[in-house]
Design a protein around this ligand. Structure first.
Ligand code: SAJ
Length: 445
């Protein structure tokens, strides 16, 4: 059994740790290991990313280039596209994307590609950890057979565990070192050694009894968000029908000091996690004849919010005897949430596509997003790319409707309220005073 041998290795600061996938999860992780005295190797399929890291440059907002440069110069960190170096690693951590197929089924092809690379170099004395969000059973049902196919044996020759990533890009308070880490091994020895490894870089490590528990915990975290955001969005549509201010209702409910956690309505959910992760759980549940209606219903409610926003725009124009067709509509913000530049799964893409399909002249301004392209899920209207327009006085004055889709902090909402005639606010970006002093008609989600 190699538990003692691997424990010594992963607790010795000279151990070599490899991280496969250097995105918003993998790069901060490999840097953290290097910072804590390990010999850290980042593995990438993208040569330009490897080159930039080896040149001491970070392409992830949360990681400072200076830190990368110092670690590279001290030869504690390097990046490579040559996966033969995996053989030199005592621990290997997989941090690759887990998207959905067009059928909304899990796509673990990136995990499989990484596992294939590891399988070719797997040797006695290695700990393999999967961090990519995936359905319960991936680690023990998919990865374990692949690695034992080499003839090497779990616990005797190698260890295998799952530990969910919890990176919150741009979060100033929580980074890799101070976000509690859940760790679950396929065997007790795997759990113990993986927990030992992470305890060298993370303050709190929470060991669970299996990889499946750790996989399921991650999916519960994000399904919890998707379902509660869905509840907030349904509440918004209900309050709109009853002519009740949704935001005031949520503010009042949030005064309850226990048993309540506020979620807020919005134009829909975007990002690389919340819209996708629950489908991994739904897919696995259905494999076992269990249909999770909460997940399906949340998806239904959340994915209909862009239509609801277009309806609010249409209602607002209609009150001024204007048709949506031919109207000029300006979206403020297209990123999937405030103060970032990421448009993945952003509801703004659906809103623009639907507006165009109805004949509106849709434009956008986003200080973080210079241009947007439309994938084939958003080409009801042809999917012509769009550039961000400058937020000039004329742009605001000449728009028939201004829609706040992403409430970036740097936008001057007072100015928007003074110059626009009709505003749809999907993010409660316009506080009471700004609204009261505004000459614009304002419709809120
Ligand atoms: N949203 C709402 N109403 C809410 C909260 C969010 O409409 O009350 C929308 C946002 O505008 C966004 C989407 O949902 O479009 C997702 O927002 P998010 O706050 O969950 O942020 P993400 O997707 O960037 O990352 C989440 C984060 N989880 C949190 O607890 C904030 C991040 O920490 C996780 O690491 C990430 O999921 C993940 O990896 O699962």
């Amino acid at each position: 059994m190699i538990k003692q041998e691997l424990t010594r290795l992963v607790t010795e600061k000279g151990a070599t740790v490899g991280v496969i996938g250097l995105g918003y999860v993998g790069l901060p992780l490999v840097v953290e290991f290097a910072r804590n005295g390990f010999n850290a190797i980042g593995f990438e399929v993208d040569q330009s990313k490897a080159d930039r890291i080896n040149a001491g440059e970070s392409y992830i907002g949360d990681i400072d280039s200076g830190a990368v440069k110092e670690l590279v110069n001290d030869k504690r960190l390097r990046a490579t596209t040559d996966f033969t170096d995996l053989q030199a690693c005592d621990a290997i951590i997989i941090c690759v994307p887990t998207p959905l197929r067009k059928t909304k089924e899990p796509d673990i092809s990136y995990i499989m590609a990484a596992a294939d690379q590891i399988k070719l170099r797997l040797r006695r004395g290695q700990l393999i950890i999967l961090e990519s969000t995936t359905y319960p059973g991936t680690t023990d049902e998919v990865l374990l057979p692949m690695f034992e196919d080499t003839g090497l044996k779990l616990d005797e020759d190698f260890l295998l565990a799952f530990s969910p990533e919890r990176v919150d890009p741009g979060n100033p308070q929580f980074q890799t070192h101070n976000i509690p880490k859940v760790v679950g091994g396929v065997t007790d020895d795997s759990t113990a050694v993986a927990a030992q490894l992470y305890s060298r870089i993370v303050k709190d490590v929470f060991a669970v009894s299996s990889a499946r528990v750790a996989e399921a915990a991650k999916l519960l975290e994000n399904t919890f968000r998707a379902v509660n955001i869905g509840m907030a969005n349904e509440m918004a549509r209900l309050c709109y029908a009853l002519n009740i201010d949704t935001w005031e209702v949520i503010r009042a409910a949030a005064t309850k000091p226990f048993g309540f956690m506020p979620f807020y309505p919005g134009p829909g959910i975007g990002g690389h996690c919340i819209p996708l992760d629950p489908h991994y759980l739904l897919w696995k549940a259905r494999q076992h004849g269990f249909d999770s209606r909460f997940i399906s219903l949340a998806e239904e409610v959340n994915s209909r919010m862009p239509d609801h926003v277009v309806q609010l725009i249409s209602d607002g124009l209609n009150n001024e005897r204007k048709a949506l067709n031919g109207s000029r509509v300006l979206l403020l913000g297209v990123a999937y949430k405030k103060d970032i530049d990421d448009v993945r799964e952003s509801p703004a893409l659906s809103i623009i596509d639907r507006l165009r399909a109805k004949g509106a002249d849709a434009r956008y301004h986003d200080p973080f997003v210079k241009q947007i392209a439309f994938d084939d899920a958003h080409t009801e209207s042809g999917g012509e790319p769009l550039q961000s327009v400058p937020l000039t006085d004329d742009e605001l004055r000449e728009s028939d409707c201004v829609v706040i889709v992403t409430d970036h902090s740097e936008t001057d909402y007072q100015r928007v309220c003074q110059l626009a005639s009709l505003i749809v606010d999907t993010r409660n970006a316009l506080n009471g005073d700004v609204r009261r002093n505004s000459s614009a008609r304002i419709i809120r989600l």
